[in-house]
Design a protein around this ligand. Structure first.
Ligand code: SF4
Length: 346
C-alpha cells in the first residue's frame, strides 16, 4: 500500500525532493498545497511540474479517511466517524469553546489498556494509526470548518487509543501540524494525554518543546487505580508520579491531571482529600470529568452537588481545579460510543 502524503513531515519532504534532484522549495510548495490550500488531488498542485505531480501520484495517496457519519450537537460539537482503508472506523470530535475550536484526535483503532470506564477498549486494540491518519483527522475537521471560515485553534490527543503506545507516529503528527509551512498550530495549543506509560513520559519531557501533557489519573491511590486502570499494575502510581514530577521540573510546564468522576467509585470526599494530599504544592491542574454513562459497564454519574464538593475540597489544598463542561450531550459523545455502535450494526 502506498503511504499517505500526510505521513511526511516538512523535513521528510525536503529529503524526498533532494533524492529526486528537485529544488528544496518544492517541499514548501507541497506543504502549502496540502495544508494551506488543502487540495484533494496532486493534479491541483499546478505550480509543480507535471512530471513531479505524476511521481507524487505514483508514490502517495491523499485521502486516508472517508466520512461514514457526522453527528452535529445542538451546542455545535461535531463528531465524525471515519472509515479507514482497511474497513476499520475511528472517531474524531470538533469542540467549540469560548477560546476557539479544538479537535480531539484518535491515535489507535481501539485500545488494549482496558480502563474500566472506557468504551474504546471494549473490542481490544486493532492497530496503530500512521501519523498521516492522525493528521488527516485534523485536516478533515479543518475542511469542514472551511465552509464557515472557521479555523482549528487547538488539538488534543485524547481520543481512542493510548498515544504513548503509538509514540513515534504521535510525535510525528505533532511535528507535522505544528510546522509553520503547514497548519502552523502552536505547540502550546497541542496537548497529548497518556494513561501513564511511564518510560514515554520521560521521553516526552526530554523532547524539549512546549506541547502540553495530560495524565489520566482517575484515582488517588494505587489500590483503586489498579481496579480502574489495569496499566497501573505495570506502572504503579508511585512510579507514575515520579515521572510526572520529572516532567514538571524539566519542562517548567504545568501538568494536567484528568480525573473522571465515577459515581460511588472514586468520587467521595475521602478520595478528594487523598488526591489533594498527593498533588499539593505541585505545578498542576486537575480537570474533573463527570463520566459519561457507559451502558456496558453499569457506571453511574456523580451527582452535581458531589462534583462541586469534590472541587471545593481540592480548592482547600490550593490545587487549580476545573470541571469539564459537558459537550455533545445529545450525540454519542463518549469516546468510543459511536464506533461501538457502528461495529455492532455491522
Ligand atoms: S481511557 Fe484511553 S488508555 Fe484507557 S482504555 Fe480508553 S482509550 Fe485506552
Amino acid at each position: 500500500m502506498k503511504p499517505f502524503a500526510y505521513d511526511l513531515t516538512y523535513e521528510m519532504w525536503m529529503e524526498w525532493m533532494k533524492e529526486r534532484n528537485q529544488p528544496a522549495f518544492r517541499a514548501k510548495q507541497v506543504m502549502d498545497w496540502l495544508y494551506v490550500k488543502r487540495v484533494d488531488s496532486f493534479r491541483e498542485m499546478t505550480n509543480l511540474p507535471k512530471t513531479l505531480r505524476e511521481t507524487l501520484e505514483e508514490h502517495f495517496q491523499l485521502a486516508p479517511l472517508q466520512i461514514i457519519t457526522r453527528q452535529v450537537s445542538k451546542d455545535g460539537t461535531v463528531k465524525f466517524l471515519f472509515g479507514l482503508h482497511d474497513q476499520h472506523a475511528i472517531e474524531t470530535v470538533v469542540m467549540r469553546h469560548n477560546y476557539g475550536i479544538s479537535v480531539c484526535v484518535t491515535t489507535q483503532v481501539g485500545c488494549r489498556l482496558g480502563c474500566t470506564f472506557c468504551a474504546s477498549t471494549l473490542g481490544g486494540l486493532k492497530r496503530n494509526l500512521s501519523s498521516g491518519e492522525i493528521v488527516a483527522q485534523v485536516m478533515m475537521a479543518q475542511k469542514y470548518l472551511d465552509q464557515t471560515n472557521e479555523r482549528v485553534k487547538s488539538v488534543v490527543v485524547m481520543g481512542s487509543g493510548e498515544p504513548f503506545e503509538n509514540y513515534d507516529a504521535t510525535m510525528r503528527f505533532v511535528r507535522t501540524i505544528n510546522d509553520s509551512h503547514g497548519l502552523n498550530i502552536g505547540q502550546r495549543h497541542i496537548t497529548v494525554s497518556t494513561s501513564g506509560v511511564v518510560p514515554n513520559i520521560y521521553r516526552f519531557a526530554d523532547e524539549n518543546w512546549q506541547v502540553g501533557l495530560a495524565i489520566s489519573l482517575h484515582a488517588p491511590n494505587q489500590e483503586l487505580r489498579k481496579k480502574l486502570m489495569p496499566i497501573s499494575r505495570k506502572y504503579p502510581l508511585a512510579e507514575l508520579l515520579e515521572a510526572c514530577w520529572y516532567y514538571i521540573n524539566e519542562t517548567g510546564r504545568r501538568l494536567t491531571f484528568e480525573y473522571a468522576l465515577i459515581g460511588g467509585k472514586n468520587d467521595q470526599d475521602e478520595h478528594a482529600h487523598e488526591l489533594g494530599q498527593l498533588l499539593q504544592g505541585k505545578n498542576c491542574l486537575v480537570n474533573l470529568i463527570p463520566v459519561n454513562y457507559v451502558p456496558e459497564r453499569n457506571y453511574t454519574r456523580t451527582p452535581r452537588e458531589q462534583i462541586f464538593e469534590f472541587k471545593r475540597i481540592l480548592d482547600s489544598y490550593h490545587i487549580n481545579t476545573t470541571i469539564r463542561r459537558e459537550q455533545g450531550h445529545d450525540i454519542d459523545a463518549a469516546c468510543g460510543q459511536l464506533r461501538a455502535k457502528h461495529n455492532q450494526s455491522k
